[in-house]
Every structure is written in structure tokens, then in C-alpha cells.
Write a new protein. Structure first.
Length: 200
């Protein structure tokens, strides 16, 4: 399945100088993870208040790109410099789920015409992450398959933020858009569960 996640190796290569800088300055993987969660809260707050200033919509593309970088860096730091831990894994997984809910929640405010579809999208996003975790429980590894994984959802929301910043409304099409996103999420979840069971 097509997914932004497949670009991760190239993205990690670009982040290597930052990784080495962080390690040189004694910044740990868990600190990076916590920073990502704090950043997500800030993004969510700015997004919620974007009706007072359209510049806040830029927190989505810019903030989510930084969050993706931090999410990649904490894993790189843990693996390369032997900082893997149970606490780190818990922080990473729960942090991702909590962060997604916080960042996506303002959609309910800005697209009230698709309230139920957005709620379904948020719930399915959480289920999708649990489906990825199940791969580690019953199989050999955590699953990250798309077509609507965490990175893909970040890309979609980043584009959404840019559209609203430039004054483009999706109100007339939001039901179709979120309907398609829900179908993609269901496909992603099914793919993850199927591959997990296959490995088991």
C-alpha cells in the first residue's frame, strides 16, 4: 500500500546530523518523545484558536513536520545509542495516540457539518494504532502499513492547514473527504491485522 511511511529511511538520513547533535548534548530518546507530546499539545491549542488568527493554521504543516522529525529521532536515538527501554516504548505508543486525539480534536470545531464522520475518523485512528501494536503482541514486529498510518494522517492534516490558511473551504466536500479517509483507515487497519496474524 502507498504510504508516506515508506519514505522514512530517506527522512532518517536527513535527520542524522540532528541526531548526532542531540547525542553530543546528552539529549535522550525519552526527552525527545516527551518534547513531541508537548509540541502536539501546542499544535492542538493553536489549531483550536485558529479562528482568531489564520496564521495559527500554519501550526499544522509546520508543527506536524517537526513532530514527525521528533518521532523519527527518538527511535533512532534509542536504537543507535542503546537507549531502548520499556518506559520509552510506553511513552512513545501512548504519546502518539494522545497526541493524535489532541491535534485532530479541533476538526470538530472547524468542520461541524461532518461531526460524526470526524469522530469516527478519530476513533478509527486510535484503533489503527492498536492494530499496529497487536503486530508486536501476536507477531514479530509492530506494524506500520498504510494507506492511512500516522505519517499519512499528518500529511493530510498538514495539507488541510495550508488550505484553510489560504482561505480554501472544504465545507462542501468534507463529508466525501472524511468518508474516503475512513475507508483508507479501515483498509490500513485490516492490512495490519492480516499481516500480524500471518506472522503469528
Amino acid at each position: 500500500m502507498i504510504s508516506v511511511y515508506k519514505l522514512k529511511p530517506k527522512f532518517q538520513q536527513l535527520l542524522t546530523p540532528i541526531l548526532l547533535f542531540f547525542n553530543k548534548n546528552k539529549i535522550t530518546a525519552n526527552q525527545i518523545t516527551i518534547s513531541s507530546i508537548v509540541l502536539s499539545v501546542i499544535i492542538g491549542l493553536l489549531f483550536w484558536n485558529a479562528d482568531s488568527s489564520r496564521w495559527f493554521f500554519l501550526s499544522l504543516p509546520m508543527g506536524l513536520l517537526i513532530r514527525m522529525a521528533l518521532n523519527a529521532l527518538d527511535g533512532m536515538m534509542a536504537r543507535k545509542f542503546n537507549q531502548t527501554s520499556k518506559l520509552g516504548e510506553v511513552l512513545n505508543e501512548t504519546g502518539d495516540i494522545i497526541s493524535d486525539v489532541i491535534i485532530f480534536f479541533p476538526l470538530l470545531k472547524f468542520q461541524p457539518e461532518s461531526l460524526y464522520l470526524i469522530a469516527a475518523f478519530m476513533i478509527l485512528s486510535v484503533i489503527n494504532e492498536f492494530a499496529g501494536l497487536i503486530g508486536k503482541v501476536v507477531g514479530e514486529e509492530r506494524r506500520y502499513e498504510g494507506p492511512m498510518g500516522k505519517s499519512d494522517r499528518a500529511l493530510v492534516l498538514g495539507i488541510y492547514g495550508l488550505l484553510l490558511f489560504f482561505g480554501v473551504s472544504i465545507t462542501d466536500y468534507s463529508a466525501y473527504i472524511f468518508g474516503i479517509l475512513i475507508l483508507l483507515l479501515m483498509t490500513s487497519t485490516y492490512t495490519r491485522l492480516k499481516k500480524s496474524l500471518h506472522e503469528a
